[in-house]
Design a protein around this ligand. Structure first.
Ligand code: SAH
Ligand code: SF4
Ligand code: F3S
Length: 453
């Protein structure tokens, strides 16, 4: 049979295209996969047509996650209809959850890799090239994964970089697939993280966002997230430290007190609460109360009144009645979250809540709209309150259309302003002139007055 030639990639250089769905941890993983496959000669491409390896890094958290994957693979099939078929790999949380059925249902998929098996990717690709056998690798092997990845340098060259320090979850909230797709809680060795952080900073990172499904559950031989933050703080060129996502029950005294000691830890705490009703929290198996949540809030506000909170909410969880919903609205009024995500509850296969009857979808949508309006109104108000004020912005890059520089405030809000490229990587003072729900617009106050945090 005549081999089809990929005319977009005439020399047939090995090129990989990765499409990433889901959370920041998937983004981190995709970057690390790039770093890994480089070792077997793959180059990164941003164009589907160029690729001879296509990897889809999937998310299973909500909605029709599985269907989205097959839909996307269908798209790839179409793109490559008259070209040489790329090697198709499905990775991530849907791969973990659906691995048994995937290769059967969609023969276009060649390899399936669970999130704890990325260290096996090169061998899996090479074996496939030799043996042409379909394969799935979905064991939970976090120790081996990070041991392997630590030997391959993180090549990220961004001003703000993600660094996964913890993976998996033992909490089993009744709505959530993460404990099934990412496996048990695992904390990476302390020194391994420090080394990776130093390397990122040497490569230009000025902000590190520490990641974990339960990042504040980090515990390596008794060393906690607080120890890590205070150690990272010593890297002089690192300007900002953030972490996500946290669970209220792991917001221990030492971490709370880090806000007194640290100069680089940003004053935005992303602490998902999910609901403002204790009854719903119990039904969700969250294992914390609103009282406990507010205690954390008040403690942190006492340490620094400028600390603000952001959160995640699940609306219309089975059993949520009108009063429970009102309790959530009340909590929003009390905490005044500066930014948040809110989602209608989506039953996930294999979870405890998946067996419960769901709420009428019209009612769910109504509640979502009410809550989002409240959250967005507050966000607009908060952003407006920055107008005419001078704030510190870490400059990350130039916008794609080249017109403005892009940076972020201490609260993660996007800030746009004019300026020269040499400001990239620096913390500059910006006077905010205008704002909308998601963005602040301003001008550089005084370029010679660059503040070093
Ligand atoms: N570990 C974090 C959350 C990780 S999942 C925590 O404990 O809060 C990210 C967010 O997705 C959750 O905070 C939740 O709001 C949302 N989510 C998870 N499962 C969901 C489901 N079945 N339906 C709707 N939203 C869900
Ligand atoms: Fe999911 Fe977070 Fe609950 Fe773990 S703590 S089960 S990741 S929502
Ligand atoms: Fe999605 Fe898995 Fe992250 S389910 S949110 S990609 S941990």
């Amino acid at each position: 049979m005549m081999m089809l030639q990929n005319l977009d990639n005439p020399k047939n250089v090995k090129k990989i295209f990765i499409k990433t769905f889901g959370c920041q941890m998937n983004e981190y993983d995709s970057n690390r996969i790039y770093d890994t496959v480089k070792k077997i000669g793959y180059e990164k491409t941003d164009k589907y047509e160029d690729a001879n390896c296509y990897l889809l890094n999937t998310c299973h958290i909500r909605d029709k996650a599985k269907e989205k994957v097959y839909h996307e693979i269908g798209r790839v099939k179409k793109i490559f209809r008259s070209k040489c078929k790329p090697l198709v790999i499905v990775a991530g949380c849907v791969a973990q959850a659906e691995h048994k059925e995937m290769l059967k249902r969609e023969p276009y998929i060649d390899l399936v890799l669970g999130p704890q098996s990325y260290h096996k990717i090169n061998d899996t690709i090479l074996n496939h090239q030799n043996e042409k056998k379909k394969k799935e690798e979905t064991e939970f092997d976090a120790i081996v994964k990070f041991d392997y990845l630590s030997k391959i340098k993180n090549q990220t060259k961004k001003i703000s970089s993600f660094l996964t320090i913890q993976e998996g979850c033992d909490k089993f909230c009744h709505f959530c697939v993460v404990p099934y797709t990412r496996g048990p809680e695992y904390s990476r060795p302390f020194d391994q993280i420090l080394e990776e952080a130093k390397h990122l900073v040497e490569n230009g990172s000025r902000e590190i966002i520490l990641l974990g499904q339960n990042v504040n559950a980090y515990n390596f031989d008794g060393l906690r997230l607080s120890n890590l933050i205070l150690e990272l703080e010593k890297i002089s060129s690192l300007k900002r430290i953030r972490y996500m996502t946290s669970h209220p029950n792991d917001m221990t005294e030492d971490l709370v007190n880090t806000y007194k000691k640290s100069k680089k830890l940003m004053p935005l705490v992303h602490l998902p609460v999910q609901s403002g009703s204790d009854k719903v929290l119990e039904l969700m198996n969250r294992k914390h109360t609103i009282k406990k949540y507010l205690e954390i809030f008040n403690k942190l506000k006492k340490i620094n009144p400028e600390i603000e909170f952001s959160s995640d909410f699940i609306i219309a969880y089975p059993g949520e009645d009108e009063n429970d919903f009102k309790d959530t609205l009340k909590l929003i009024d009390e905490v005044k979250f500066v930014s948040s995500f809110s989602f209608i509850y989506s039953p996930r296969p294999g979870t405890v809540a998946s067996k419960l009857p769901t709420m009428n979808s019209k009612k769910s949508l109504e509640r979502l709209e009410v809550i989002q309006k409240k959250l967005f109104d507050n966000q607009i108000k908060v952003n407006k309150s920055f107008e005419n004020k001078i704030i510190n912005v870490l400059v990350e890059n130039r916008m794609e259309d080249k017109s403005k520089l892009f940076g972020r405030s201490e609260y993660m809000t996007s800030v746009l302003f004019s300026g020269s490229d040499d400001l990239i990587g620096k913390i500059v003072q910006i006077k905010i002139q205008n704002s909308n729900q998601n963005t602040l617009f301003g001008k550089v106050v005084n370029q010679s007055n660059i503040k070093v945090a």
